[in-house]
Design a protein around this ligand. Structure first.
Ligand code: PLP
Length: 367
């Protein structure tokens, strides 16, 4: 296999040739041409969630977790109290961030194959008036669960609390509409469903909430308020921006819009997800989640029921055929994951299913 393997991972993922090419040019971080790119990226990100009139887009250097931590640290005052409905590793990470930052946190714990329930969130808000914020992971990427964002947002708004959404692996592919779904912040990053390279996060923040955030942050580098104020004043990033990543992200967003935006991206991933689950089922590999809560982003599969199976050698054999799988992230079961996103070439996700089929046949022949 001469070609670089396709990434079946939920970011970094395989970017298009045009996106890769757009990183071949250097940009001056103070230069107005570069700052226009940042402005365009932010305007387009706001438009994707219909938030142009009400929210601000604050970009931030770093991987997605940096932006999640920045959102919690900037939006939740030091005396705040965060409720985290928790059904996977990324929810746990938010709770951990709160503890690191000294923000009080309470969780509602679910099994790894159960979606968050808005009724549970409502009960918790009624029971504890000290809760100021709810932090919800939209698509819990550890198993691939789609959590009911809109239902949770309505409950949070009804009880006059604030909602922070980790939409890392859903932004741009699954609908979020700020006109209908009230939120204070939605966090995502460049290298996920918008198919840019990794390296830049962003937070879509309700302007009225952001204006009240001065002095909340525990960290200078992760202070979204300060980043926003500086950018407004100067049009520049506060500290060295990931210039190549921003330019490539802009290029990836142009392709996203040409493809047909959210509807088309969501439909492509949904098609990949169906083809994957059906194809793997035909090979005897069962997906882990019930269909009703499976997000069309990443699918967890039970490991093959074969005494010779070992993830590492299975992974290496599939990689040799051109596809990089993703290890499972469940605490109790042996699983592996396959992403539905990214530029998967002419053979698409079907090529990946074929590769897995070949490796399984080798495994069975060796048994
Ligand atoms: C839902 C969710 N939140 C947060 C993150 C963390 O992002 P990063 O690994 O880029 O820091 C991820 C990464 O995939 C994610 O899927």
């Amino acid at each position: 296999m001469s070609q670089v393997p396709y990434l079946l991972t939920p970011g970094p993922l395989t970017t298009s040739q045009a996106t890769k090419q757009s990183m071949l040019r250097d940009w001056g971080s103070w230069d107005s041409d570069f700052n226009q790119i940042t402005r365009r990226v932010c305007e387009r990100l706001l438009a994707i969630v219909q938030a142009a009139g009400t929210h601000e887009c604050v970009p931030l250097q770093g991987s997605g977790t940096f932006s999640v931590e920045a959102a919690i640290g900037t939006l939740v005052p030091r005396g705040g109290h965060v409720l985290v409905p928790q059904n996977g590793a990324y929810c746990q990470r938010i709770a951990r961030i709160c503890r690191y930052l000294g923000r009080k946190v309470t969780s509602i714990d679910y099994a790894e194959n159960a979606a968050v329930s808005a009724a549970d969130v409502e009960r918790a808000l009624l029971q504890d008036p000290s809760i100021t914020h709810v932090a919800l992971v939209h698509c819990e990427t550890s198993a691939g669960i789609l959590n009911p964002l809109d239902a949770v947002a309505q409950v949070v708004a009804k009880h006059e609390r604030r909602l922070i959404v980790d939409a890392m692996s859903s932004f741009g592919a699954l609908e979020i509409d700020a006109r209908r779904t009230p939120f204070d912040a939605v966090v995502a990053a460049s290298g996920k469903c918008l198919e840019g390279p990794p390296g830049m996060g962003f937070v879509i923040v309700r302007r009225a909430a952001l204006e009240r955030c001065e002095g909340n942050a525990h960290s200078l580098a992760l202070d979204l308020y300060d980043q926003w104020v500086y950018m407004q004043k100067t049009t520049q990033w506060r500290y060295t921006p990931p210039t190549h990543v921003v330019a490539a992200f802009d290029c990836a967003i142009t392709q996203y819009l040409e493809e047909g935006g959210l509807a088309a991206r969501g439909a492509r991933y949904a098609h990949n997800c169906r083809t994957l689950i059906e194809g793997m089922a035909a090979l005897g590999l069962k997906s882990f989640l019930p269909a009703a809560i499976q997000a069309p982003i990443i699918v967890t599969f039970h490991a093959p029921d074969d005494p010779h199976y070992q993830f590492k050698s299975f992974y290496n054999a599939v990689k040799a055929l051109g596809y990089i799988l993703y290890p499972g992230k469940l605490t109790t079961l042996e699983t592996f994951r396959v992403g539905c996103m990214g530029q998967l070439g002419e053979r698409g996700i079907g090529g990946a299913v074929e590769a897995v089929g070949q490796v399984l046949a080798q495994l069975r022949a060796a048994a």
